[in-house]
Design a protein. Structure first.
Length: 390
């Protein structure tokens, strides 16, 4: 485990970043201390894993701060900023979950509905016994991490129709793009419009996100970072079956911090969207110390680093895990740490926030580096913001 020497931010708890003390000198000192904390957590990660660039956003009681490192493109030398567009991989699932919850709030679907209700071609298949909630929480019975080779948009329905579960629905978590991808697809079907259109024309604008896309428009391609493969080659995500729903969002640190702030305080959003966001923070089952929400994963706060590392481990991502269903579901809590990792072949993202403390962090990088390094760095920063380093 990397040895961090993180300065305490107890001064921030009493100072301008948290309580708005008017003295300019105090503000400058706090900003410098925050910069030191972030630098000491992030710079070693960039060096160790050869990350060309990273945008870090921190929010403290509704005030956002940005720390930008390296380049968005090694070829052009363009610098990373909070307006650089990154692929966020599976962090996209939190947006897909929000759309599905929004559809339920609007009465378009119920999470307890059977999946085949929204795709009649699946009637008579295993999906007659699988709920939308099962799909959204990776518990339909063992759908794989990725679609098998050869499955295309044209053969997707046939694949689902012929699929046979290994486990009873709702009993076992198997992290899966085809699972939550189908959830997003069916949520869009319930709303009567294509998924991409609903996201880009409805959800993102209603969240106040102006630089978040499924398909980056031509006029913003200059802000779209290149990711870098293990071999150091420039790369961007390729189209895939249900890619939009499972890992297709591209966004900036500035927009992701807005989303985090809205997730902690939705007072600026319409009532239906506030209810939808709260629903994504509802706990539906537990796996060890991890509580599975819609898209998001949650931990009792304060959370130990080892607990977060276990919840974001390869074992959680690649192996089946028996679940304990929460009956009734656990309503959204404030005293939790909520997080999600995401990757594509060339990018790595991590988002974490604590509603009770009104603190959060976004880390967007143009290299897929290990999850433990992301979690450790973010943990140290959040720990300092909360004053736990005293």
């Amino acid at each position: 485990m990397r040895d961090f020497t993180v300065p305490t931010l107890g001064i921030l708890v009493a100072g301008s970043l948290l309580f708005g003390a008017p003295a300019q000198a105090s503000e400058d000192a706090d900003a410098a201390l925050l910069r030191r904390v972030v630098d000491e957590a992030i710079r070693p990660v960039l060096k160790e894993y050869g990350v060309p660039g990273m945008a870090v956003g921190v929010t403290v009681r509704g005030k956002s701060h940005y720390f930008n490192y390296g380049v968005a493109s090694k070829e052009s030398g363009s610098k990373v900023s909070e307006n650089t567009i990154f692929e966020i991989g599976s962090v996209s699932k939190t947006f897909t979950a929000t759309l599905g919850a929004y559809a339920e709030v609007q009465g378009k679907l119920s999470l307890t509905d059977r999946a085949s209700k929204y795709l009649p071609a699946l009637e008579g298949s295993a999906f007659d016994q699988i709920s939308l909630l099962d799909l959204a929480t990776y518990t339909p019975g063992g759908l794989p991490l990725q679609f098998p080779d050869g499955v295309t948009a044209k053969t997707m329905v046939a694949y689902y129709k012929g699929w046979r579960p290994d486990y009873a629905a709702g009993s076992t978590r198997v992290y899966s793009n085809p699972s939550i991808g189908l959830f997003g697809y069916l949520a869009a079907a319930s709303m009567g419009k294509p998924f991409d259109e609903l996201m880009e024309r409805q959800l993102f604008p209603r969240l106040g996100l102006t630089s978040t896309y499924i398909n980056v428009p031509k006029e913003r391609m200059g802000d779209y970072a290149f990711g870098y493969s293990k071999a150091g080659k420039p790369i961007r995500v390729s189209p895939g079956v249900l890619a939009s729903e499972a890992y297709g969002v591209k966004t900036t640190a500035a927009d992701m911090i807005r989303f985090v702030e809205a997730s902690m305080d939705g007072s600026g959003l319409d009532e239906e969207l506030r209810r939808a966001i709260a629903q994504t923070h509802t706990g539906y089952y537990t796996v060890g110390d991890t509580t599975q929400g819609l898209g998001w994963e949650m931990y009792a706060y304060p959370a130990e680093l080892d607990v977060l590392l276990a919840g974001n481990s390869t074992q959680m991502a690649l192996e089946p895990n028996k679940v304990t269903r929460l009956v009734p579901p656990q309503p959204a809590q404030d005293d939790v740490l909520i997080n999600k990792t995401g990757s594509t072949n060339g990018f790595g993202a991590y988002v974490a926030f604590v509603p009770a403390k009104d603190i959060g962090i976004v880390m967007l990088a143009n290299r897929n580096y290990p999850n433990p390094a992301r979690v450790e760095a973010a943990y140290r920063i959040l720990e300092a913001l909360d004053g736990q380093g005293d």
